[in-house]
Ligand binder design. Structure first.
Ligand SMILES: [Zn+2]
Length: 234
């Protein structure tokens, strides 16, 4: 293993990581992301309220139809021919009409409740629309600075990536593969560490004599504790 080149590759990956972190932690990225997230939240709120409003409108229409049907029923009873009808039957018919009236009253107050709920929803939608406008304006205001920061970062990334590419081409494939695998296993770029006395230079774990001997012999090896690559400095 060409340890010098592997360490060089590692340094480049660490640099790429720093560039990424610089972008993530920049004020402009944080502010822009916040404005964008708030804008999406306001948009979702508007959609949710409009969906509820649709449901209320459908309910109102259904109530309107039921009220109309009941009113027609009552009118039919009232308009029917009462000639020759006996008193008891007449009382029954009157009772029917009274019931229809009561049902209509109940439905009208239900419809009134739905209407005022609908008005509340429209107030909420206009609030959410104002929020949306506010965050949209903020996002547009931040956009040029965000885009220029993104471009700056991209250029830095491209430079490092070109160096990584060129370096890899000059390396043994197996060295590149070993570094990349170790990086993926450990989950961070700094994975090639020095042997310090009998300890792993990454996690500090003391190696047992046989693992230590093997590393000394092979000039490098895996840490049994943290999986980093331990190398012996010449
Ligand atoms: Zn270790």
């Amino acid at each position: 293993m060409n340890i010098a080149k592997v360490l060089e590759l590692q340094d480049l990956y660490i640099e790429a990581g720093k560039i990424h972190k610089e972008f993530e932690e920049s004020e402009i990225n944080k502010e822009y992301t916040k404005a964008k997230d708030n804008r999406s939240a306001a948009k979702n709120a508007i959609q949710e309220v409009l969906r509820q409003a649709d449901e209320y409108q459908v309910a109102l229409e259904a109530l309107g139809k039921q009220i109309q049907a009941l009113a027609e029923e009552a009118k039919e009873i009232a308009d029917s021919d009462y000639e020759g009808i006996d008193l008891d039957e007449l009382e029954d018919e009157k009772g029917e009409i009274e019931n229809c009236k009561k049902e209509v009253q109940a439905m009208i107050s239900k419809a009134d409740g739905t209407k005022s709920a609908l008005q509340n929803l429209f107030r909420r939608v206009s609030q959410a629309a104002n929020e949306y406008k506010k965050f949209d304006a903020k996002r547009n205001e931040l956009k040029p600075a965000f885009e220029s920061k993104s471009l700056e970062i991209k250029q830095k990334f491209d430079t490092v990536n070109e160096k990584i590419k060129a370096l890899k081409e000059s390396m043994n494939e197996s060295d590149v593969a070993l570094y990349e695998q170790t990086k993926a296993t450990v989950g961070k770029p700094r994975v090639v560490v020095k042997l310090t006395e009998m300890n792993c230079g990454g996690c500090g774990m003391a190696l047992d004599p046989s693992a230590y001997q093997k590393i000394i012999q092979d000039k490098c090896g895996k840490c049994p504790s943290c999986n980093r690559l331990i190398y012996v400095q010449e």
